[in-house]
Ligand binder design. Structure first.
Ligand code: NAP
Length: 291
C-alpha cells in the first residue's frame, strides 16, 4: 500500500500574488488612461448562489482598483432582452470586461447571450471566439477556471509535458477548455464524461486528474495513482468538492482543497483578464505584458 506525502495547492496564496499584480496594473492604468478598468456583471434572476458569486467578484474588484458595474435583469427576462443588454455593454467604451453570470434562467438561451459579448471584452472566456483561441493555442482571453488551474499548476512547478492528464467533465466553460490548455502544454489528454466506460481505471492511469463533474466526492481516493496531481474544480453545497478529499490525502502528491483551491484562482484570473482587456483597449500593453 502506497503512502504519499500530500502537499496542498494553496489557491488563496497564489491568487493573492496575482491580485497584488492586478492592483498594481490597475493603478498604472488609472495613471495612464485617467480612469479605472471596468468590469460589468450581468445577473439574470436572483439565484442565491449567483448573487453570492457576483458579490464576491465585485468585492474583489473594489479591492484591486477595478470599477464594477452591476446590470440586474429580472428572472423573467427573455433571450432578446438579455442579448440587447449585453450588446449595450459591448458597445460601451467605458466597459472593459463583461461577465454574464452562469447559469441563466431556463427560458434564456445562454449561448446567445454569451455570444453578444464582444470578443475583446470576454474576460470570463465564455464565447466561441475565446474557445477557438484556446483550441488554437493563440494569445487571448481564457475561460477563467481553466486559466486559474493552469496558473496554479505552474505555481507548483508541475511539468505537464508528456504526462497523462484525465479530465472528468466536458462542459464548454470548464472541462473542454481545461483539456485544451493541458494539451497546449504537451500533456496527453483524456476526457471522461457521463457515458465513459471504465472511469475508475482511466483515472487510475492519470498523472494529473482534473475533476469537473459537479457531484460531491465523486472521484474516490482508491481510483488515484499514487503520486498523482489532483485538481478539484468542483464546488458543491456544504463546501464539498468533486474529489473525496480525505481519501485523496496520502495518495495524491499535490491536491487542491475545497474551498481555497481552484475557486480563488478563478476570480483572480477574471480580474487579471479585465485589466488586460482594459490595457489592450487603451493600447497600453507594452513589452513583456503584451501577450
Ligand atoms: P456541468 O456543466 O454540469 O458539467 C458536468 C460534467 O460532468 C459533464 O460533462 C458531465 O458529462 C460530467 N458527468 C456527470 N456525471 C458524470 C459521471 N457519472 N461520470 C463522468 N462524468 C460525469 O458542470 P460544470 O459547469 O463544468 O462544473 C463542474 C463543477 O465545477 C461543479 O461542481 C461546479 O460547481 C464547479 N465549478 C467551479 C468553478 C470554480 O470557480 N471553482 C467554476 C465553474 C464550475 P456529460 O457531458 O456526459 O453530461
Amino acid at each position: 500500500m502506497w503512502q504519499v506525502t500530500t502537499q496542498l495547492m494553496d489557491g488563496t496564496a497564489v491568487s493573492n500574488q496575482l491580485l497584488a499584480d492586478v492592483a498594481r496594473r490597475s493603478r498604472r492604468f488609472l495613471e495612464q488612461a485617467g480612469r479605472r478598468p471596468c468590469l460589468a456583471a450581468v445577473l439574470i434572476g436572483d439565484d442565491p448562489a449567483s448573487v453570492t458569486y457576483v458579490k464576491m467578484k465585485r468585492d474583489r474588484c473594489e479591492k484591486t482598483g477595478i470599477d464594477s458595474r452591476l446590470v440586474e435583469l429580472p428572472a423573467a427576462t427573455s433571450t432578446s432582452e438579455a442579448v440587447s443588454a449585453v450588446q449595450g455593454l459591448s458597445d460601451d467604451l467605458g466597459v472593459d470586461g463583461i461577465l454574464v453570470q452562469h447559469p441563466a434562467p431556463p427560458q434564456v438561451d445562454e449561448r446567445a447571450v454569451f455570444e453578444a459579448i464582444a470578443p475583446a471584452k470576454d474576460v470570463d472566456g465564455v464565447t466561441m471566439h475565446s474557445f477557438a483561441v484556446m483550441a488554437f493555442d493563440l494569445p487571448g482571453l481564457l475561460s477563467c477556471t481553466p486559466g486559474g488551474i493552469i496558473r496554479l499548476l505552474d505555481a507548483y512547478e508541475v511539468n505537464l509535458a508528456g504526462k497523462h492528464a484525465v479530465v472528468v467533465g466536458r462542459s464548454p466553460i470548464l472541462g473542454k477548455p481545461v483539456g485544451m490548455l493541458l494539451l497546449a502544454r504537451d500533456a496527453t489528454v483524456t476526457y471522461c464524461h457521463s457515458h465513459t466506460r471504465g472511469l475508475s481505471e482511466i483515472v487510475a492511469s492519470a498523472d494529473i486528474v482534473v475533476a469537473a463533474v459537479g457531484k460531491p466526492e465523486f472521484v474516490r481516493g482508491d481510483w488515484l495513482k499514487p503520486g498523482a496531481v489532483v485538481v478539484d474544480a468542483g464546488y458543491n453545497d456544504g463546501n464539498v468538492g468533486d474529489v473525496a478529499f480525505d481519501e485523496a490525502l496520502g495518495k495524491a502528491s499535490l491536491l487542491t482543497p475545497v474551498p481555497g483551491g481552484v475557486g480563488p484562482m478563478t476570480i483572480a484570473v477574471l480580474l487579471d483578464q479585465t485589466v488586460t482587456a482594459a490595457e489592450r483597449g487603451a493600447g497600453l500593453l507594452l513589452g513583456a505584458d503584451a501577450t
